[in-house]
Design a protein around this ligand. Structure first.
Ligand code: URA
Length: 420
């Protein structure tokens, strides 16, 4: 199979079923799967192979049945990952406040992109792991759950993702698409909206690649009877003003209380409208009005409390907060990747899976990208408990978060949509 794919051949359904099962069971060695993943990265897989690969990963574990007794349509959202992407935090309670139920089984951050569970774990007491019965009960009572995926859900993906991460085989469109869709299909949601990020802070660097990833995921969804839609959204600058776990939770709470940065509000509302439309609730209250009125905030509080979190507890704050000043007058330029790497170096992310994150670490922009600044004005703050990380964080920002003469044109946040 490795030789066939290396030479540009096609894998049969039987071959795919066998290799995914044998790898999960340990009969196919890590080095063999690494070679096959690299062959797939270089040669690709067609739509039929990709759909079958996805099915084999679902079949490696169990499917959840979350719908029983919930009494509302289930709709989930998945983002391909970015910098400052805290959208799930306001989005899940907002969509629940508008009448759907949101089961969002999430992951942790690796590298420069943050993970939703790491963000929520900044809230004192909050618990990521729930049983299937607890997820169902919370969906029925609160309407929104953000929790860890269970170990029984697509175990082949769990193993393969860790291998891809250390063998430079993450950025394969069929492998990313099958990885994401196997987990969402196994979760048993009725519908799924995909937020496919494009730009320096995303896995996909061009709109063409992002469009191809979106189309591949939607085709997998269609092949398995899942209603899907995708938005392609800009990740060349960070979303909102914060990157880092507790800082992002605080910003999400501002949005839930009717304030917050305009780009976070805009994307939350756009995704909420897509989610409600997919499950036939487009006649529901307008998410923009619900969010602005603060009516999603009580749902957030209930969602956090249901998972043992204290929504009123103060969030952790960093022992060291250091400003970065403008060296001249002009407009702020802030590259998403640089901000993500700086936050990660300050302690917001992890280098190895087993590392702990520092919940208080991160970057807060004091000025929005494209806004005017004067020499000496504080542009941003670096938050950390470990001052030895500050030089490396500053180095990451050097030349990438800076002051320019003129602003780039106005930012277009939602670049395209892709539908079945
Ligand atoms: N997220 C996933 O779950 N899988 C990938 O392969 C990439 C991003």
């Amino acid at each position: 199979m490795i030789r066939a794919k290396r030479d540009g051949g096609r894998l049969s359904d039987e071959q795919i079923d066998w290799v995914v099962r044998a790898y999960t069971d340990g009969a196919v060695a890590e080095e063999q799967m690494a070679a096959l993943a690299m062959a797939v990265l270089l040669r690709g897989m067609d739509a039929g192979e990709t759909a079958r690969w996805t099915l084999a990963m679902i079949e490696s574990g169990e499917r959840l049945d979350l719908s029983g007794g919930v009494g509302r349509p289930l709709v989930d959202k998945h983002s391909t990952g970015g910098v400052g992407d805290k959208i799930t935090l306001p989005l899940a309670p907002l969509v629940a406040a508008c009448g759907a139920a949101v089961p969002q089984l999430s992951g942790r951050g690796l590298g420069h992109t943050g993970g939703t569970l790491d963000k929520l774990e900044a809230i004192p007491g909050w618990r990521a792991s729930l049983s299937e019965a607890e997820i169902r009960a919370q969906l029925a009572e609160v309407g929104a759950v953000v929790c860890a995926t269970t170990p029984r859900l697509a175990p082949a993906d769990r193993k393969l993702y860790a291998l891809r991460d250390v063998t430079a085989t993450v950025e394969s469109i069929p492998l990313i698409a099958s990885s994401i869709m196997s987990k969402k299909l196994a979760e048993g949601t009725d519908a799924l909206v995909l937020d496919v990020k494009v730009g320096s802070g995303a896995f996909m660097k061009t709109p063409e690649q992002a469009g191809e990833l979106a189309r591949t995921m939607i085709d997998i969804g269609a092949a398995h009877g899942l209603r899907c839609a995708a938005l392609i959204t800009d990740m060349s600058v960070p979303l909102g003003r914060t990157a880092g776990n507790a800082l992002e939770v605080a910003e999400a709470v501002e949005v839930l209380r009717g304030g917050g940065p305009a780009d976070v509000v805009e994307l939350t509302v756009r995704l909420a409208r897509e989610m409600l439309a997919l499950v036939g609730l487009d006649g529901a209250p307008d998410p923009a009005e619900v969010l602005a009125s603060g009516a999603a905030y009580p749902v957030w509080r209930a969602m956090i409390a249901a998972q043992s979190g204290d929504p009123d507890a103060p969030l952790p704050t960093a022992r060291h907060v250091e400003p970065v000043l403008a060296d001249r007058s002009g407009v702020l330029v802030a590259d998403a990747y640089a901000v993500g790497v700086a936050a990660w170096r300050l302690g917001a992310g992890r280098a190895r899976k087993e590392d702990a994150v520092d919940p208080a670490a991160g970057v807060r922009l004091l000025v929005g990208p494209g806004e005017p600044v004067t020499a000496g004005q504080p542009l941003l703050e670096l938050h950390t408990d470990r001052p030895d990380t500050l030089p490396a964080a500053r180095a990451a920002l050097d030349g990438a978060v800076t002051v320019a003469d003129t602003a780039p044109g106005p930012r277009q946040l939602v670049l395209a949509d892709v539908r079945t």
